[in-house]
Design a protein around this ligand. Structure first.
Ligand code: ADP
Length: 484
């Protein structure tokens, strides 16, 4: 049994903006179930403090003259102990974890997450005498990147693991910020935190962690190439021996069509015919034609370029002339939000766009749709295609990252050998997308084949237990690698 300090800037159900929140809300609990001794460290945003019931201050300190309390609580509905980094001056404000109410990154994000990282290092080095010192510190994304860097300067430190959930977000700040944060001078060089004269938080993880992981084997390969490496491919290739990919899982407590309390009608493999009641309910809600035989395509996503909105927008005129219904839920770039909403106004009977973050509607769309659209330009792992598989909603995806690792194209051969569970575009292009949609609609019209594809999809094992087992092995390797 290892003691693991799991550090994340978000964790469902306390706070979530994307996949990282899902992972941090699931993996630590899955590790706990496999007898690991885990603590989750999270900033105490107002939304988090509002949601927790019990809380106890375990230690107090200050960084950069800002008072910090470590508040102990539990992740709602679990036994997992959570330590909240409560620093009111930087976290107690309206807005999101990373952006303000107008959608701009917080002006002091470097300070906000430096405080988070310093607190993590102090816990890791047992400076608060909490009677608990980790063997492994598991960091996630740039917000935690300073932790492996700072720990690398310590004697007798825990091992460090750094997981990349999305290399596109790196935490880049100017050199002055490095000076203002009074970070150790020996970390400022091209093999350290410096990235073309800028301070790179993520490089702290990539350069100094004992082990690096990302959230799918294919993405682990892709980020070592210039096209997807954001200039960090050289460093990642150099550290390739220490880099691996472990797929994310599905949290069965929240994403199981057999028990999902958000649904009008629960269902499983054996009662798949009941799935369409979720479709007719959503058709009624959105004032579409109510007819279970009309194929429904769904999408729940951040509305950013990564998610393939360029080709979706190009495909819309053709798509909306087909006999289908389309539902998109998301928030993100203003111009995508406006374009989609504008187009939807012209097709009120078949195209619904809901702008906003809506957990309930996300579940309803997964259950109601027949087909799920996810033609991302890149996708580290992707969770919605996994949820779609679980809900018998066949995903249409590009052959990148975790999508390539989890979706098996409905080719004749794969249909025959019962491995097919979705549709994989030949490439990221409009033609490929339209071809795959046509293919999906053709198969949708063949009820028996479609049913078999749904069963194949629902039978895929993407449980967190499986992934947690791989992380536990990795922690052991990190402990062995730790030179301190
Ligand atoms: P990413 O982390 O790149 O946003 P993932 O597919 O890994 O993409 O994870 C996205 C998670 O966020 C999923 O759980 C998805 O359901 C959820 N999500 C994204 N946008 C919304 C939204 N507008 N409303 C509700 N849930 C959303």
């Amino acid at each position: 049994m290892s003691k693991i300090l799991f550090i994340s800037s978000e964790a469902f159900p306390l706070i979530k903006t994307g996949g990282l929140g899902d992972v941090a809300g699931s993996l630590p609990t899955a590790l706990l179930k496999q007898s690991q001794n885990v603590r989750l460290l999270l900033p105490a945003y107002p939304e988090v403090l509002y949601k927790i019931k019990e809380k106890k201050i375990r230690a107090s300190t200050s960084f950069y003259n800002q008072p910090v309390d470590i508040v102990e609580t539990r992740l709602p509905g679990t036994q997992l102990r959570v330590w909240l980094v409560d620093c009111p001056s930087v976290y107690h404000r309206p807005g999101g974890p990373y952006i303000d109410e107008r959608g701009h990154p917080w002006h002091d994000n470097a300070l906000r997450f430096a405080i988070f990282c310093h607190t993590a290092v102090a816990i890791a080095m047992n400076q608060f005498k909490l009677k608990w010192q980790p063997d492994v510190v598991h960091c996630n994304d740039w917000q935690t990147g300073l932790v492996p860097a700072l720990l690398s300067l310590q004697k007798k430190r825990p091992a460090t693991v750094f997981t990349i959930h999305n290399l596109a977000y790196q935490g880049l700040f100017d050199q002055q910020t490095f000076d203002d944060l009074q970070l150790p001078e020996q970390l400022w060089h091209m093999d350290g935190l410096e990235f073309h004269n800028q301070l790179s938080f993520i490089k702290g993880g990539l350069a100094y962690a004992d082990r690096i992981t990302t959230v799918s084997p294919t993405y682990a390969e892709e980020i070592c190439q210039p096209e997807m490496g954001y200039g960090l491919d050289g460093l990642l290739s150099y550290r390739k021996q220490k880099l691996s990919g472990i797929l994310n899982g599905v949290n069965e407590k929240y994403w199981n069509p057999g028990t999902d309390f958000h649904l009008v009608q629960k269902y499983n493999q054996k009662s798949l015919n009941k799935k369409s009641l979720n479709k007719t309910a959503l058709q009624e809600e959105f004032l579409f034609d109510v007819d279970a035989s009309i194929p429904m395509i769904g999408m729940v996503s951040r509305l950013v370029e990564q998610k393939g909105l360029d080709i979706i927008l190009q495909a819309l005129p053709r798509l909306l002339s087909m006999p289908l219904q389309l539902v998109i839920l998301g928030t993100g770039d203003l111009h995508f939000e406006m374009l989609l909403s504008e187009i939807a106004q012209h097709y009120p009977d078949r195209f619904k766009v809901v702008i906003g973050y809506n957990e309930l509607l996300a579940h309803k769309i997964e259950a109601a749709s027949d087909i799920y659209l996810m033609p991302s330009t890149f996708e580290p792992c992707g969770l919605n295609q996994l949820y779609s598989l679980r809900y018998g909603t066949l995903p249409i995806v590009t052959p990148v990252g975790g999508l390539a690792d989890t979706v098996i194209n409905a080719s004749d051969k794969n249909i025959k050998n019962k491995s097919a569970n979705g549709f994989v575009l030949k490439e990221h292009s409009l033609t490929a997308l339209l071809n795959s949609i046509h293919h999906a609609l053709e198969l949708y019209a063949q009820a028996d084949t479609w049913r078999q594809l749904q069963v194949n999809a629902m039978n895929c094992d993407h449980s967190w237990g499986k992934s947690a087992h791989q992380y536990i092995k990795l922690y052991q390797q990190a402990i062995t690698d730790n030179p301190a």
